[in-house]
Design a protein around this ligand. Structure first.
Ligand SMILES: CC(C)(COP(=O)(O)OP(=O)(O)OC[C@H]1O[C@@H](n2cnc3c(N)ncnc32)[C@H](O)[C@@H]1OP(=O)(O)O)[C@@H](O)C(=O)NCCC(=O)NCCS
Length: 162
């Protein structure tokens, strides 16, 4: 629980709310379908979703996929209901996922973001992500993507302090 928002591991029952959030933030579109979410939450052992709840409703989510071969994690999806944006929920979801993944051994977090999504880019930069690559025509609408990376400190750095 951070502030009035509760963060927890996502469940299959959350997916309908995730689709509602997608429609809200993507002008009625759902880039991920029920099956995409279901696969990641129920079937993919290397994937995890977190849910943010406020006022008794689901207001945000974040997904990630572990890539053990490179000790890295890729953020797969993130959104916060418009009415609940700019309250720190998006940042808390990213921080929460990074902390969890660091505990599980991840050393690097990666993501891709549309080049014109200045809001998400501002948030990621504020959280320590840096752009390492431009991905030309990455998205279906021919928009470029940016590849962003954040190095997580070795977990021992934290524990060595005491
Ligand atoms: C990106 C998104 C998840 C951010 O969620 P949020 O809960 O509003 O984010 P936060 O309140 O934690 O904001 C964190 C930082 O993001 C930036 N930011 C957020 N909203 C912003 C806005 N409207 N204008 C400018 N910067 C903004 C700011 O740097 C902010 O830090 P600050 O409040 O200290 O200035 C949300 O805007 C969203 O769902 N967008 C649509 C889906 C999307 O783009 N997902 C990311 C795909 S890669």
């Amino acid at each position: 629980m951070i502030g009035d928002t509760r963060y927890r591991i996502a469940e299959r029952e959350d997916i309908v709310s995730f689709l509602t959030i997608e429609r809200d933030v993507y002008a009625g579109e759902t880039p991920w379908t029920f099956s995409h979410f279901e696969h990641e939450i129920m079937k993919n052992d290397r994937a995890m979703f977190l849910t943010a709840e406020s006022d008794g409703r689901i207001v945000g989510f974040i997904g990630a996929r572990m890539i053990p071969e490179t000790a890295s994690v890729h953020l797969s999806n993130l959104a916060v209901l418009t009415a609940y944006q700019r309250q720190g929920i998006g940042a808390n979801l990213v921080i929460g996922m990074c902390d969890l993944m660091q505990l599980l051994g991840a050393e690097t977090i990666t993501l891709e973001v549309m080049r014109d999504n200045m809001i998400a880019q501002a948030m990621y930069r504020q959280l320590g992500f840096e752009t390492t690559e431009i991905l030309p025509d990455y998205y279906e609408n021919q928009l470029d993507g940016l590849w962003m990376v954040k190095k997580l400190g070795a977990l021992n750095d934290r524990f060595d302090k005491n």
